[in-house]
Design a protein around this ligand. Structure first.
Ligand SMILES: [Zn+2]
Length: 241
């Protein structure tokens, strides 16, 4: 697999692909394909769920993970699966779950950008974009006791979501460009020659391999619910549905 399809199209919910390998496990199988629309769990984002249809029969995908062999679709064991390598199959994801995950993930970027712009002493340290428990953590370059208003940040969100929506793009940049833009973050990512970054128009791009919506107008209902300081870190909880 070169670049998996979920990276280029957040909204694609069905794709026909070829099965390349099936590995039997205790009560499940790991299926690998030559492409996938299933996002594997990681980067603070839950995996996609859905079904894989082979010869007209649906098999539920109950987990997806990235392994050294590639992206593994974990299915409940079934005798027919052990002989399906090289067959075609149809992948179908739960698109409602995907879109909620993509919104939650994109919202984390937007909040992080707003805080970075508000205070250049802050930079993104962690994102946990699970819709039931969404938060980001910002870390201070220099320790302060500055506090930040939830209302002020919600007002800035409203301006970018309601009044003046902006586009969101995923683009590839050279490692050198990423090092220049994000010197601290660039040390924490695989040192590939090309790095995928998420670029919300007007903000500094950030390396990311997740799924995102295409415009901030899709983040209606986004609310910061709490900002809590712990030493030099700010934990910012938010919700979106
Ligand atoms: Zn992202």
């Amino acid at each position: 697999m070169t670049t998996p399809k979920y990276l280029s199209n957040t909204y694609l919910d069905e794709l026909t692909v070829n099965i390349t390998r099936v590995i039997e496990m205790d009560d499940s199988v790991a299926m690998y394909c030559d492409d996938t629309i299933f996002y594997p769990q990681g980067g603070g984002q839950p995996c996609d769920l859905g079904v894989i249809i082979i010869d007209g029969s649906e098999h539920r995908v109950h987990h997806v993970e990235s392994t050294k062999e590639g992206i593994a679709h974990i299915l409940e064991a079934h005798p027919s699966l052990l002989t399906c390598a090289k067959k075609q199959c149809i992948q179908r994801i739960d698109i409602q779950r995907r879109l909620l995950n993509a919104k939650s993930h994109t919202a984390g970027h937007l909040i992080s950008h707003i805080l970075e712009e508000l205070d250049s002493n802050l930079f993104p340290a962690k994102g946990h974009h699970y819709p039931s428990d969404s938060y980001i953590e910002m870390i201070e370059t220099e320790r302060t006791n500055d506090s930040y208003s939830v209302d002020l940040i919600n007002d800035k969100i409203d301006a970018l979501v309601e009044s003046n929506p902006i586009d969101i793009l995923a683009v590839d940049l050279d490692l050198a460009q990423v090092k220049s833009l994000r010197p601290l973050l660039s040390k924490l990512i695989p040192q590939n020659t090309q790095i995928r970054v998420i670029a919300i128009d007007g903000f500094k791009p950030v390396p990311c391999g997740g799924t995102h919506v295409r415009c901030t107008s899709e983040l209606k209902g986004l609310r910061i619910t709490r900002i809590k300081r712990k030493k030099d870190r700010l934990k910012v909880n938010y919700s979106i549905n």
